[in-house]
Design a protein around this ligand. Structure first.
Ligand code: B12
Length: 216
């Protein structure tokens, strides 16, 4: 890893937004690959601070500051990654489920789906089943992508799927679920269509589904 890449990891972990922005800008101007910056520094920083948090080495406030810095860096990369667009494959409604405010993973899934050629309707975090039913009715997405990071909120995916069935909106809708506590077995149990473990594999899977339909 280069000195600048390591410096960026530390800047994110310290929650230093200005330094994060200037280092990302510098790396881009020096020709670094945006995906390398994303995975090699920004996500590594969040993994490291997550591990520190798990080991009680940092407080939640520090994680939150790091997440803010992460967002700043990521917003600079997003426009570049998403600029490399392919033709529109379909529409995705995405949300973090009710009771859960974790959005770093969800945002990453959005960016990758966007870059793969999907139109994204992002409902944000802490989204209720009613809000999702309304959004599906309004936007008629091809894919609904649901995220949760807490074991107490992962059960809410099932509530959403039931609400969609009750509203007569489940048929024809492809539902992806994901987030750290979710497993493939759980996704099957609750009647979702697919589970994916990360943003890149989600985008690749979705792209393949739609390419098969002749859109890709
Ligand atoms: C950052 C963070 C926070 C930040 C969130 C900031 C933000 N804007 O997101 C803040 C400080 C707000 C926070 C708060 C809390 N947190 Co927190 N947080 C984390 C932390 C450190 C990192 C999570 C993260 O962003 N990971 C990086 C991203 C990129 O990974 P990811 O989310 O897993 O996403 C990837 C995949 O899962 C997948 N994916 C994600 N979504 C989707 C969706 C679909 C459809 C698909 C297909 C795939 C997919 O693709 C993503 C990208 O590759 C984790 C610990 C850890 N090591 O993971 C704890 C963690 C998730 N938090 C935890 C807890 C307990 C909390 C709090 C309850 C703490 C508290 N006492 O207040 C609150 C909950 C608030 C709430 N109501 O939601 C626990 C959860 C434990 C559990 N099993 O339930 C964890 C695991 C820490 C721990 N070990 O205790 N947290």
């Amino acid at each position: 890893m280069s000195d600048t890449a390591r410096e960026l990891v530390e800047a994110v972990k310290c929650g230093d937004e200005n330094k994060t922005i200037s280092l990302v800008r510098r790396m881009l101007s020096e020709g670094a690959d945006p995906y390398e910056i994303l995975y090699g520094s920004l996500l590594l920083a969040m993994r490291e601070i997550g591990d520190n948090f798990n080991d009680d080495a940092v407080f939640i406030a520090e994680v939150l500051n790091a997440a803010q810095a992460w967002k700043k860096g990521y917003s600079l990369l997003k426009s570049i990654i998403v600029d490399e667009k392919t033709p529109l494959l379909g529409r995705v409604v995405i949300a973090t489920v009710e009771g859960d405010v974790h959005d770093i993973g969800k945002n990453l899934v959005s960016v990758f789906l966007d870059a793969a050629g999907f139109e994204i309707v992002d409902l944000g975090v802490d989204v209720s089943a009613d809000m999702i039913v309304d959004a599906v009715r309004e936007h008629r997405p091809d894919i609904l992508a649901l995220s949760s990071l807490l074991t107490v909120t992962m059960t809410y995916h099932e509530v959403i799927i039931q609400a969609l069935k009750d509203a007569g909106l489940r048929d024809g809708l492809i539902i992806f679920v994901g987030g750290a506590p979710i497993t493939r077995e759980y996704s099957i149990e609750i009647g979702a269509d697919y589970y994916e473990k990360d943003a890149a594999s989600t985008a690749e899977h979705a792209r393949r589904l739609f390419a098969k339909k002749g859109y890709g």
